[in-house]
Ligand binder design. Structure first.
Ligand code: AHM
Ligand code: MG
Length: 336
């Protein structure tokens, strides 16, 4: 079968972009390539998830003599391993790990970037064949090149990200990443194992009809949030409605859909968890960056997500993210 040369691969695209940036070192392209590689490996395992009972239970040794690992542990090892062997990443922080990991060797210490990621988000959906994803953010380190990275390299506000992205393991597998220059979406062509540019220069529609929130928590949300949800439910044609409620429970899939179609995604604080559930570094900042480059916005209800100065690697924050005009409308309720 002839390969369709009309489509650009991830490597071709990033090399072409490099040509437009004088003095670029290619380190970021290298890092994205490594993330794409780890994601392909994770994708293969995700596709086999339904076979886990046949291939062996978690913690046992399978017929190939390999230990069967939980998928989120496997994904974490893939991203950490690939990035530590590359030449562009000086260390990582992962939702799966208590602390950040410096890659203490000469080539890593000479790298200028650090990476934060949630290796497999939406893990409660793995067993039931529902889309899950990986989320990542990339920062320029603050400590001098040539030294071992420290915690301050990871505790940076989201507006310092140089790139962020996600992979959605869905009906097809997509890698979407943003730099300040734009948001690009690549679909994995399984027949050739290449990420191919399928969604160039993604822009989030200014307005959409989808709102995404866990309604089960409704009575735990503060009144202003409940009032906005009521507004979403009562929209008529005359005032831009009716809205549709969509909530998968996999943030990557929920926000990806809303990014493409227009919509708003909310994970507010609850009486039990005033800061909500989602993590600032691994989940909210990368999506806030992507959404803002695509023309949308993200807030915790008071402050722009990207302006929050993190104090802890695993800190949580309420999140409201989506189409610009829907965010404006939400804020009239939150500021009431
Ligand atoms: P996880 O990191 O444990 O997978 O949890 C994060 C996920 C998000 O993908 C999703 O938006 C949210 O949890 C759903 O939570 P809930 O079931 O409370 O609505
Ligand atoms: Mg997560």
């Amino acid at each position: 079968m002839a390969v369709n040369r009309k489509v650009q691969t991830l490597d071709e695209f990033t090399i072409q972009q490099l040509r437009d940036v004088p003095n670029a070192t290619g380190e970021l392209s290298h890092l994205l390539r490594n993330i794409g590689l780890a994601a392909k490996r994770v994708n293969t395992e995700v596709n086999k998830a339904g076979l886990v009972d046949i291939l062996g239970d978690v913690g046992t040794v399978n017929v190939q003599g390999e230990e069967v690992k939980k998928l989120d542990v496997f994904a974490n090892e893939q991203f950490t391993g690939v990035l530590s062997h590359g030449i562009a990443c000086a260390g990582i922080a992962s939702e799966e790990l208590d602390d950040y990991v410096p890659f203490d060797d000469v080539k890593s210490n000479n790298s200028k970037y650090v990476c934060v990621f949630d290796p497999l988000d939406g893990s409660s959906n793995i067993d039931v064949n529902v889309s899950i994803g990986t989320i990542f953010g990339v920062y320029k380190r603050k400590t001098p090149i040539g030294t071992v990275v420290t915690k301050e390299d990871f505790l940076q506000a989201g507006n310092k990200q140089v790139a962020a992205g996600y992979i959605v393991y869905g009906s097809s597998t997509m890698l979407v990443y943003a730099t300040r220059r734009g948001v690009q979406g690549f679909t994995l062509d399984p027949s050739i194992g290449e990420w191919t540019l399928s969604h160039p220069d993604i822009k989030c529609p200014e307005k959409g009809k989808i709102y995404s929130v866990n309604h089960g928590n409704f009575f735990q949300y503060e009144e202003k949030v409940r009032n906005y949800i009521n507004e979403c439910q009562h929209k008529t044609k005359a005032n831009g409605g009716p809205y549709t409620q969509r909530y998968i429970g996999s943030m990557v899939s929920d926000v990806h859909r809303n990014l493409i179609k227009g919509g708003i995604f909310m994970y507010p604080g609850t009486t039990d968890k005033p800061n909500g559930k989602l993590r600032l570094l691994y989940e909210c900042n990368p999506f806030a960056f992507i959404m803002s480059v695509a023309g949308g916005r993200a807030t915790n209800g008071k402050t722009r997500i990207l302006d929050i100065e993190p104090t802890e690697l695993h800190q949580r924050t309420p999140l409201y993210i989506g189409s610009k005009l829907m965010m404006d409308e939400l804020e009239t309720y939150l500021n009431a």
